[in-house]
Write a protein that binds this ligand. Sequence first.
Ligand code: PLP
Length: 405
Amino acid sequence: MKNDSNSIKWPVITESCIENVNCVLKSGILTTKNKRYDLENSFQEQFTRQFCDFLNAPYGKVVPNGTIALVIALLSLGVKENDYVLVSENTWIASISAITLINAIPVLVPCKIGNLLIDCESIIKLQRKYKPKAIIIVHLNGFLQDYSKILHDLKVHNVKVIEDCAQAIGSEYKNIKAGTFGDIGAFSFQESKVLTCGEGGFLCTKDIAIYRRICLYQDLTYAQKIPMGNNEMYLFGSNYRVTEQQCALLYSQFKNVFLASITEKDIWAKKIINLLNFQKNVRSVDIDRNQTVLSLFKIPVIFYSINEKEKFLSFLEKNSFSYYNGGKPLYLTNIFSTGRKSLKKMHYKRQKFNDYNIQINQVGIFHYYFNQNTYELLKNYFTKNDINNSEDGYENNSYFIKKQL
Ligand SMILES: Cc1ncc(COP(=O)(O)O)c(C=O)c1O
Protein backbone atom coordinates (compact mmCIF):
# COMPACT_ATOMS: atom_id res chain seq x y z
CA MET A 1 0.00 0.00 0.00
CA LYS A 2 1.24 3.46 -0.81
CA ASN A 3 2.24 5.63 2.07
CA ASP A 4 1.03 9.06 1.05
CA SER A 5 1.87 10.84 4.29
CA ASN A 6 4.49 12.79 2.40
CA SER A 7 2.30 13.95 -0.44
CA ILE A 8 1.80 17.69 -0.41
CA LYS A 9 -1.18 19.17 -2.12
CA TRP A 10 -0.12 21.62 -4.77
CA PRO A 11 -1.27 24.21 -5.61
CA VAL A 12 -2.25 25.51 -2.17
CA ILE A 13 -5.63 27.23 -2.41
CA THR A 14 -6.28 29.38 0.64
CA GLU A 15 -9.60 30.84 1.80
CA SER A 16 -8.51 34.26 0.55
CA CYS A 17 -7.94 32.82 -2.96
CA ILE A 18 -11.50 31.55 -2.99
CA GLU A 19 -12.89 34.80 -1.57
CA ASN A 20 -11.11 36.98 -4.11
CA VAL A 21 -12.05 34.83 -7.11
CA ASN A 22 -15.65 34.73 -5.85
CA CYS A 23 -15.59 38.50 -5.52
CA VAL A 24 -14.65 38.82 -9.21
CA LEU A 25 -17.29 36.33 -10.29
CA LYS A 26 -19.97 38.14 -8.28
CA SER A 27 -18.98 41.48 -9.80
CA GLY A 28 -19.47 40.10 -13.30
CA ILE A 29 -16.45 42.12 -14.46
CA LEU A 30 -14.19 39.44 -15.85
CA THR A 31 -11.98 41.28 -18.32
CA THR A 32 -10.38 44.64 -18.96
CA LYS A 33 -12.80 45.07 -21.85
CA ASN A 34 -15.85 45.27 -19.56
CA LYS A 35 -16.95 48.90 -19.58
CA ARG A 36 -17.28 48.87 -15.77
CA TYR A 37 -13.65 47.69 -15.43
CA ASP A 38 -11.77 49.92 -13.01
CA LEU A 39 -8.08 49.46 -13.83
CA GLU A 40 -6.72 51.26 -10.77
CA ASN A 41 -8.61 49.03 -8.35
CA SER A 42 -8.45 45.83 -10.38
CA PHE A 43 -6.70 42.70 -9.16
CA GLN A 44 -4.61 42.91 -12.32
CA GLU A 45 -3.23 46.30 -11.34
CA GLN A 46 -2.82 45.37 -7.65
CA PHE A 47 -0.94 42.18 -8.46
CA THR A 48 1.23 43.94 -11.04
CA ARG A 49 2.23 46.62 -8.50
CA GLN A 50 2.80 44.01 -5.80
CA PHE A 51 4.99 41.84 -8.00
CA CYS A 52 6.92 44.76 -9.53
CA ASP A 53 7.66 46.11 -6.02
CA PHE A 54 8.86 42.68 -5.00
CA LEU A 55 11.15 42.43 -8.04
CA ASN A 56 12.20 46.05 -7.80
CA ALA A 57 11.27 46.61 -11.42
CA PRO A 58 9.24 49.69 -12.36
CA TYR A 59 7.16 48.11 -15.14
CA GLY A 60 5.36 44.81 -15.46
CA LYS A 61 2.58 43.10 -17.39
CA VAL A 62 0.57 39.95 -16.70
CA VAL A 63 0.19 37.69 -19.76
CA PRO A 64 -1.49 34.30 -20.36
CA ASN A 65 1.60 32.09 -19.86
CA GLY A 66 5.39 31.96 -19.75
CA THR A 67 5.82 30.91 -23.40
CA ILE A 68 3.86 33.94 -24.56
CA ALA A 69 5.89 36.10 -22.16
CA LEU A 70 9.03 35.00 -24.03
CA VAL A 71 7.44 35.65 -27.45
CA ILE A 72 6.35 39.15 -26.39
CA ALA A 73 9.81 39.78 -24.92
CA LEU A 74 11.48 38.90 -28.25
CA LEU A 75 9.03 41.01 -30.26
CA SER A 76 9.33 43.97 -27.91
CA LEU A 77 13.11 43.90 -28.22
CA GLY A 78 12.80 44.06 -32.01
CA VAL A 79 13.80 40.47 -32.83
CA LYS A 80 12.65 39.66 -36.37
CA GLU A 81 12.50 36.75 -38.78
CA ASN A 82 15.95 35.22 -39.45
CA ASP A 83 17.62 37.02 -36.54
CA TYR A 84 19.81 34.75 -34.46
CA VAL A 85 18.93 34.36 -30.79
CA LEU A 86 21.26 32.60 -28.36
CA VAL A 87 19.52 30.36 -25.80
CA SER A 88 20.61 27.95 -23.05
CA GLU A 89 20.53 24.44 -24.53
CA ASN A 90 19.57 22.91 -21.18
CA THR A 91 16.04 24.16 -20.67
CA TRP A 92 12.35 23.47 -21.16
CA ILE A 93 11.39 23.47 -24.85
CA ALA A 94 9.36 26.70 -24.49
CA SER A 95 12.53 28.81 -24.27
CA ILE A 96 13.44 27.58 -27.76
CA SER A 97 9.92 27.42 -29.29
CA ALA A 98 9.39 31.09 -28.45
CA ILE A 99 12.24 31.86 -30.86
CA THR A 100 11.02 29.58 -33.66
CA LEU A 101 7.45 30.90 -33.25
CA ILE A 102 8.58 34.27 -34.58
CA ASN A 103 10.77 32.62 -37.25
CA ALA A 104 14.00 33.73 -35.64
CA ILE A 105 16.87 31.21 -35.41
CA PRO A 106 17.84 29.67 -32.07
CA VAL A 107 21.52 29.08 -31.42
CA LEU A 108 21.86 26.61 -28.55
CA VAL A 109 24.54 27.58 -26.04
CA PRO A 110 26.22 24.79 -23.99
CA CYS A 111 25.63 24.58 -20.27
CA LYS A 112 28.00 23.77 -17.44
CA ILE A 113 28.00 20.39 -15.75
CA GLY A 114 28.44 21.85 -12.26
CA ASN A 115 25.29 23.98 -12.13
CA LEU A 116 23.51 23.12 -15.43
CA LEU A 117 23.47 26.85 -16.31
CA ILE A 118 24.62 28.57 -19.50
CA ASP A 119 28.36 28.69 -20.09
CA CYS A 120 29.43 32.34 -20.34
CA GLU A 121 32.62 31.54 -22.30
CA SER A 122 30.54 29.88 -25.00
CA ILE A 123 28.26 32.92 -25.15
CA ILE A 124 31.24 35.05 -26.12
CA LYS A 125 32.33 32.65 -28.88
CA LEU A 126 28.82 32.27 -30.29
CA GLN A 127 28.19 35.99 -30.12
CA ARG A 128 31.22 36.56 -32.35
CA LYS A 129 30.13 33.88 -34.79
CA TYR A 130 26.41 34.60 -35.13
CA LYS A 131 26.02 38.29 -34.21
CA PRO A 132 22.72 37.53 -32.47
CA LYS A 133 20.03 40.13 -31.83
CA ALA A 134 19.20 38.74 -28.40
CA ILE A 135 19.91 36.02 -25.86
CA ILE A 136 17.55 34.07 -23.59
CA ILE A 137 19.38 33.16 -20.40
CA VAL A 138 17.47 30.45 -18.55
CA HIS A 139 17.76 30.38 -14.76
CA LEU A 140 17.19 26.66 -14.78
CA ASN A 141 15.74 25.09 -11.61
CA GLY A 142 15.98 28.54 -9.95
CA PHE A 143 19.78 28.76 -9.77
CA LEU A 144 21.76 31.89 -10.59
CA GLN A 145 25.42 32.60 -11.27
CA ASP A 146 27.60 35.65 -11.86
CA TYR A 147 26.47 37.28 -15.10
CA SER A 148 27.99 40.73 -14.50
CA LYS A 149 30.84 40.44 -17.00
CA ILE A 150 28.86 38.77 -19.74
CA LEU A 151 26.01 41.27 -19.37
CA HIS A 152 28.51 44.05 -19.86
CA ASP A 153 29.98 42.39 -22.99
CA LEU A 154 26.53 41.77 -24.44
CA LYS A 155 25.58 45.40 -23.91
CA VAL A 156 28.72 46.54 -25.73
CA HIS A 157 27.65 44.41 -28.71
CA ASN A 158 24.03 45.55 -28.43
CA VAL A 159 22.71 42.04 -27.75
CA LYS A 160 19.40 42.29 -25.88
CA VAL A 161 19.06 40.08 -22.81
CA ILE A 162 15.92 38.19 -21.83
CA GLU A 163 16.01 36.27 -18.55
CA ASP A 164 13.79 33.20 -18.59
CA CYS A 165 12.71 33.19 -14.93
CA ALA A 166 9.95 30.59 -15.27
CA GLN A 167 11.82 28.43 -12.75
CA ALA A 168 13.40 31.24 -10.69
CA ILE A 169 10.56 33.38 -9.32
CA GLY A 170 12.04 35.16 -6.30
CA SER A 171 15.61 33.85 -6.64
CA GLU A 172 18.24 36.49 -5.86
CA TYR A 173 21.89 37.01 -6.70
CA LYS A 174 23.70 39.52 -4.44
CA ASN A 175 20.25 40.61 -3.22
CA ILE A 176 19.05 41.41 -6.77
CA LYS A 177 16.05 39.53 -8.09
CA ALA A 178 16.18 37.25 -11.12
CA GLY A 179 14.49 39.06 -13.99
CA THR A 180 16.06 42.45 -13.32
CA PHE A 181 19.60 41.89 -14.60
CA GLY A 182 18.83 42.02 -18.32
CA ASP A 183 16.44 43.99 -20.53
CA ILE A 184 13.36 41.87 -19.80
CA GLY A 185 12.48 39.20 -17.22
CA ALA A 186 9.92 36.61 -18.36
CA PHE A 187 8.03 34.51 -15.79
CA SER A 188 5.62 31.57 -15.78
CA PHE A 189 2.76 31.11 -13.31
CA GLN A 190 1.81 27.68 -14.63
CA GLU A 191 0.39 25.31 -12.00
CA SER A 192 3.64 23.63 -10.97
CA LYS A 193 5.52 26.91 -10.43
CA VAL A 194 6.25 28.51 -7.05
CA LEU A 195 3.69 31.26 -7.74
CA THR A 196 0.72 30.15 -9.77
CA CYS A 197 -2.78 30.86 -11.06
CA GLY A 198 -3.04 27.66 -13.14
CA GLU A 199 -1.76 29.24 -16.36
CA GLY A 200 -0.17 32.67 -16.39
CA GLY A 201 2.95 34.65 -17.16
CA PHE A 202 4.60 38.00 -16.52
CA LEU A 203 7.10 40.39 -18.06
CA CYS A 204 9.11 42.99 -16.20
CA THR A 205 11.45 45.69 -17.45
CA LYS A 206 13.14 48.87 -16.28
CA ASP A 207 12.89 50.52 -19.69
CA ILE A 208 9.78 52.55 -20.39
CA ALA A 209 10.12 52.29 -24.18
CA ILE A 210 10.31 48.49 -23.96
CA TYR A 211 7.34 48.50 -21.59
CA ARG A 212 5.32 50.52 -24.08
CA ARG A 213 5.95 47.92 -26.79
CA ILE A 214 5.12 45.08 -24.36
CA CYS A 215 1.74 46.76 -23.70
CA LEU A 216 1.04 47.19 -27.39
CA TYR A 217 1.88 43.59 -28.24
CA GLN A 218 -0.13 42.31 -25.28
CA ASP A 219 -3.34 44.17 -26.04
CA LEU A 220 -3.91 44.52 -29.77
CA THR A 221 -2.28 47.93 -29.91
CA TYR A 222 -5.02 49.53 -27.79
CA ALA A 223 -3.21 48.91 -24.50
CA GLN A 224 -4.53 50.71 -21.48
CA LYS A 225 -2.47 53.04 -19.37
CA ILE A 226 0.54 53.19 -21.65
CA PRO A 227 2.96 55.69 -20.15
CA MET A 228 4.10 58.70 -22.16
CA GLY A 229 1.62 58.23 -24.87
CA ASN A 230 -1.89 57.83 -26.11
CA ASN A 231 -3.54 54.91 -27.76
CA GLU A 232 -2.06 55.63 -31.15
CA MET A 233 -1.38 52.40 -33.02
CA TYR A 234 2.13 51.96 -34.25
CA LEU A 235 2.59 48.22 -34.32
CA PHE A 236 0.41 45.16 -34.81
CA GLY A 237 -0.20 43.51 -31.46
CA SER A 238 -2.29 40.56 -30.42
CA ASN A 239 -4.67 39.55 -27.65
CA TYR A 240 -2.53 38.32 -24.81
CA ARG A 241 -4.82 39.70 -22.12
CA VAL A 242 -5.66 37.83 -18.91
CA THR A 243 -8.85 37.56 -16.90
CA GLU A 244 -9.56 39.17 -13.53
CA GLN A 245 -10.12 35.68 -12.05
CA GLN A 246 -6.50 34.77 -12.89
CA CYS A 247 -5.24 38.01 -11.35
CA ALA A 248 -7.39 37.62 -8.22
CA LEU A 249 -5.79 34.22 -7.70
CA LEU A 250 -2.30 35.58 -8.29
CA TYR A 251 -2.89 38.47 -5.90
CA SER A 252 -3.91 36.09 -3.09
CA GLN A 253 -1.28 33.47 -3.90
CA PHE A 254 1.52 36.03 -3.83
CA LYS A 255 1.24 36.89 -0.14
CA ASN A 256 -0.40 33.88 1.42
CA VAL A 257 1.36 31.09 -0.43
CA PHE A 258 4.45 32.30 -2.27
CA LEU A 259 5.85 34.87 0.20
CA ALA A 260 4.69 32.83 3.17
CA SER A 261 6.81 29.84 2.15
CA ILE A 262 9.84 31.31 0.38
CA THR A 263 12.19 31.47 3.40
CA GLU A 264 11.40 27.99 4.64
CA LYS A 265 11.77 26.50 1.18
CA ASP A 266 15.14 28.22 0.79
CA ILE A 267 16.38 26.70 4.10
CA TRP A 268 15.25 23.16 3.25
CA ALA A 269 16.49 23.41 -0.33
CA LYS A 270 19.99 24.21 0.95
CA LYS A 271 19.83 21.36 3.43
CA ILE A 272 18.66 18.87 0.81
CA ILE A 273 21.27 19.96 -1.76
CA ASN A 274 23.93 19.78 0.87
CA LEU A 275 22.84 16.31 1.90
CA LEU A 276 22.96 15.15 -1.73
CA ASN A 277 26.36 16.68 -2.38
CA PHE A 278 27.83 14.70 0.48
CA GLN A 279 26.83 11.33 -0.98
CA LYS A 280 29.20 9.16 -2.91
CA ASN A 281 27.02 7.95 -5.78
CA VAL A 282 24.76 10.92 -6.29
CA ARG A 283 25.10 14.67 -6.47
CA SER A 284 23.09 17.80 -6.97
CA VAL A 285 24.45 21.10 -8.29
CA ASP A 286 26.92 23.66 -6.97
CA ILE A 287 25.28 26.65 -5.34
CA ASP A 288 26.98 29.96 -6.08
CA ARG A 289 27.68 31.54 -2.68
CA ASN A 290 26.40 34.90 -3.95
CA GLN A 291 22.94 33.50 -4.56
CA THR A 292 21.21 35.21 -1.65
CA VAL A 293 17.80 33.57 -2.11
CA LEU A 294 17.25 30.07 -3.47
CA SER A 295 13.67 30.17 -4.67
CA LEU A 296 14.01 26.91 -6.55
CA PHE A 297 11.52 25.21 -8.81
CA LYS A 298 13.19 21.85 -8.33
CA ILE A 299 16.35 20.25 -7.03
CA PRO A 300 18.22 18.05 -9.50
CA VAL A 301 19.36 14.71 -8.08
CA ILE A 302 21.97 13.36 -10.46
CA PHE A 303 22.93 9.68 -10.28
CA TYR A 304 26.07 8.13 -11.66
CA SER A 305 24.20 5.06 -12.87
CA ILE A 306 20.75 4.46 -14.31
CA ASN A 307 20.22 1.58 -11.83
CA GLU A 308 20.67 3.88 -8.86
CA LYS A 309 18.24 6.27 -10.45
CA GLU A 310 15.62 3.54 -11.02
CA LYS A 311 15.94 2.44 -7.39
CA PHE A 312 15.45 6.01 -6.24
CA LEU A 313 12.38 6.42 -8.48
CA SER A 314 10.73 3.38 -6.83
CA PHE A 315 11.41 4.95 -3.47
CA LEU A 316 9.79 8.21 -4.59
CA GLU A 317 6.80 6.28 -5.98
CA LYS A 318 6.40 4.41 -2.71
CA ASN A 319 6.32 7.71 -0.89
CA SER A 320 3.87 9.27 -3.36
CA PHE A 321 6.21 11.95 -4.65
CA SER A 322 5.58 13.48 -8.01
CA TYR A 323 8.94 14.13 -9.63
CA TYR A 324 10.71 15.19 -12.80
CA ASN A 325 12.26 12.25 -14.61
CA GLY A 326 15.13 13.57 -16.72
CA GLY A 327 15.25 12.41 -20.31
CA LYS A 328 17.33 13.09 -23.38
CA PRO A 329 18.89 16.51 -23.87
CA LEU A 330 16.53 18.60 -26.00
CA TYR A 331 18.75 18.58 -29.07
CA LEU A 332 18.41 14.78 -29.28
CA THR A 333 14.61 14.77 -29.11
CA ASN A 334 12.40 14.27 -32.18
CA ILE A 335 11.50 17.90 -32.52
CA PHE A 336 15.09 18.69 -33.47
CA SER A 337 15.29 16.03 -36.14
CA THR A 338 11.81 15.79 -37.68
CA GLY A 339 10.70 19.34 -36.80
CA ARG A 340 13.63 20.68 -38.76
CA LYS A 341 12.57 19.03 -42.03
CA SER A 342 9.17 20.68 -41.97
CA LEU A 343 10.72 24.12 -41.77
CA LYS A 344 11.90 25.96 -44.86
CA LYS A 345 14.97 27.31 -43.17
CA MET A 346 17.20 25.79 -40.58
CA HIS A 347 15.68 27.15 -37.43
CA TYR A 348 18.40 26.20 -35.03
CA LYS A 349 22.09 25.68 -34.84
CA ARG A 350 23.07 22.78 -32.68
CA GLN A 351 26.08 22.88 -30.44
CA LYS A 352 27.58 19.89 -28.71
CA PHE A 353 25.89 19.16 -25.39
CA ASN A 354 28.52 18.53 -22.79
CA ASP A 355 27.01 15.65 -20.91
CA TYR A 356 24.25 13.32 -22.00
CA ASN A 357 24.31 11.32 -18.75
CA ILE A 358 23.73 14.37 -16.58
CA GLN A 359 20.36 14.80 -18.25
CA ILE A 360 19.31 11.17 -18.53
CA ASN A 361 20.36 10.20 -14.98
CA GLN A 362 18.52 13.08 -13.40
CA VAL A 363 15.52 13.16 -11.08
CA GLY A 364 13.98 16.47 -10.00
CA ILE A 365 12.42 17.03 -6.59
CA PHE A 366 9.80 19.78 -6.86
CA HIS A 367 9.69 22.80 -4.53
CA TYR A 368 6.55 21.68 -2.72
CA TYR A 369 8.63 18.92 -1.14
CA PHE A 370 11.25 21.24 0.35
CA ASN A 371 10.56 20.49 4.00
CA GLN A 372 11.89 18.56 6.97
CA ASN A 373 9.91 15.44 6.12
CA THR A 374 11.54 15.16 2.69
CA TYR A 375 14.94 15.89 4.13
CA GLU A 376 14.58 13.10 6.71
CA LEU A 377 13.23 10.67 4.13
CA LEU A 378 16.12 11.35 1.77
CA LYS A 379 18.67 11.08 4.56
CA ASN A 380 17.16 7.78 5.58
CA TYR A 381 17.11 6.53 2.01
CA PHE A 382 20.75 7.27 1.34
CA THR A 383 21.84 5.83 4.69
CA LYS A 384 19.86 2.60 4.10
CA ASN A 385 21.16 2.26 0.60
CA ASP A 386 24.65 2.40 1.94
CA ILE A 387 25.82 5.07 -0.40
CA ASN A 388 26.21 7.64 2.32
CA ASN A 389 29.70 9.00 2.26
CA SER A 390 29.64 11.23 5.31
CA GLU A 391 27.38 13.30 7.52
CA ASP A 392 25.80 16.26 5.84
CA GLY A 393 27.79 19.40 6.38
CA TYR A 394 25.09 22.05 6.53
CA GLU A 395 25.66 22.65 10.21
CA ASN A 396 29.20 23.77 9.57
CA ASN A 397 27.89 25.91 6.73
CA SER A 398 29.82 24.13 4.03
CA TYR A 399 27.17 23.51 1.44
CA PHE A 400 29.19 24.97 -1.39
CA ILE A 401 30.91 21.84 -2.42
CA LYS A 402 32.39 21.09 -5.78
CA LYS A 403 32.20 17.46 -6.78
CA GLN A 404 34.03 16.09 -9.73
CA LEU A 405 32.33 13.57 -11.94
C1 PLP B 1 12.40 27.36 -18.35
C2 PLP B 1 10.97 27.55 -18.80
N1 PLP B 1 10.71 28.47 -19.73
C3 PLP B 1 9.46 28.70 -20.16
C4 PLP B 1 8.39 27.97 -19.68
C5 PLP B 1 7.04 28.19 -20.25
O1 PLP B 1 6.08 28.58 -19.35
P1 PLP B 1 4.54 28.23 -19.59
O2 PLP B 1 4.35 26.79 -19.32
O3 PLP B 1 3.83 29.10 -18.59
O4 PLP B 1 4.20 28.61 -20.97
C6 PLP B 1 8.62 26.99 -18.71
C7 PLP B 1 7.52 26.19 -18.17
O5 PLP B 1 7.68 25.22 -17.51
C8 PLP B 1 9.95 26.77 -18.25
O6 PLP B 1 10.24 25.84 -17.34
